[in-house]
Design a protein around this ligand. Structure first.
Ligand code: URA
Length: 295
């Protein structure tokens, strides 16, 4: 047994992975990344090498004046995951996502389109597409950030500890997931290790999220946390400035909906003193629903 494979070293490595948020195996077989040829960054780089750069497969090698090199060991067969490079994070993908989303005329069609969409790299590492939970057409639509581990496993948003807190918070103003809430995230796939989604990932999914809001037609939207608030409202303002202040969200079909940024329940779990601000935001939601004649 090599030193690295000693049980205590493997246990250490697993703890280290877990500490960095790497909690799930995403394939049955381990991949030796050092053996995978690096992907070409552009079609130009993906082109076969110029003849001078080395022998062309199938051709008889020309005699070279240089000293003969020792033969290179045969490359191991490329694993199934080594795919042709796809420009997953391009503006074109955002346009594609918009086009697909615009053609959907119901939430069910949009859900099917999101599940079939292959333009977001996060989908490759996620176990499930996490689309929404609650009641389509409910008066309150909650938009969070991204699925975590529990959500990825169950395929539903906000089902882990922060989701349980979210449910309790809304129950405190008499709103339930089974009757009054429709819940989604700005991302439909869990970012590996729960990292913050890149702007490009956000932009691609946002094309669907904006259409999602149009089609679900809530009376108001609650934006849970800074990432969701900034992304939906397209602002760089931080959540501490945004929270508790109603915004008017203008959608691509010209409709508008009131939107309230608030603190993310995961933040509240870490910073219980902020629950006071959160309570004030919930009361504001309650008051707005009454103004809108929903309650
Ligand atoms: N946090 C989020 O923003 N969304 C979820 O679905 C779960 C946790």
């Amino acid at each position: 047994m090599t030193e690295l494979a000693a049980p205590e070293n493997i246990a250490f490595l697993l703890r280290w992975y877990a500490g960095h948020g790497i909690e799930d195996a995403i394939g049955e077989t381990a991949i030796d990344r050092f053996a995978v040829p690096p992907p070409a960054a552009s079609p130009a780089e993906a082109a076969p090498p110029a003849p001078a750069a080395g022998p062309v497969a199938g051709a008889t090698p020309a005699a070279s004046p240089a000293a003969p090199r020792p033969p290179r060991p045969a490359a191991p067969p490329a694993p199934a995951v080594a795919r042709a490079p796809i420009p997953l994070e391009s503006p074109q993908l955002v346009e594609d996502a918009r086009g697909v989303a615009q053609r959907c005329t119901t939430v069910a069609e949009l859900e099917a389109a999101v599940r079939a969409f292959e333009g977001c790299a996060l989908k490759r590492t996620a176990k499930n597409t996490v689309f929404a939970d609650g009641v389509v057409g409910a008066p309150v639509m909650i938009v969070g950030e991204a699925p975590g581990n529990d959500e990825d496993r169950q395929g539903k948003p906000f089902v882990g500890v922060s989701g349980q807190l979210l449910d309790r918070m809304f129950e405190a103003i008499g709103l339930s997931r089974a009757r009054d809430l429709y819940i989604t995230n700005i991302l439909f796939w869990r970012p590996p290790g729960n990292r913050t989604p890149t702007l490009s990932e956000q932009a691609t999914c946002m094309a669907f999220t904006r259409r999602h809001i149009e089609l679900a037609k809530p009376k108001l939207v609650v934006l849970a946390g800074g990432t969701a608030a900034k992304s939906v409202l397209d602002t760089t303002e931080g959540i501490m400035r945004l929270r508790g202040k109603w915004q008017t969200l203008t959608l691509d079909d010209g409709s508008t909906v009131p939107a309230l940024p608030t603190l993310h329940p995961a933040y509240l779990l870490r910073t219980p003193a902020s629950k006071r601000q959160s309570w004030s935001d919930l009361l504001s939601v309650d008051a707005r629903l009454r103004e809108l004649g929903v309650r």
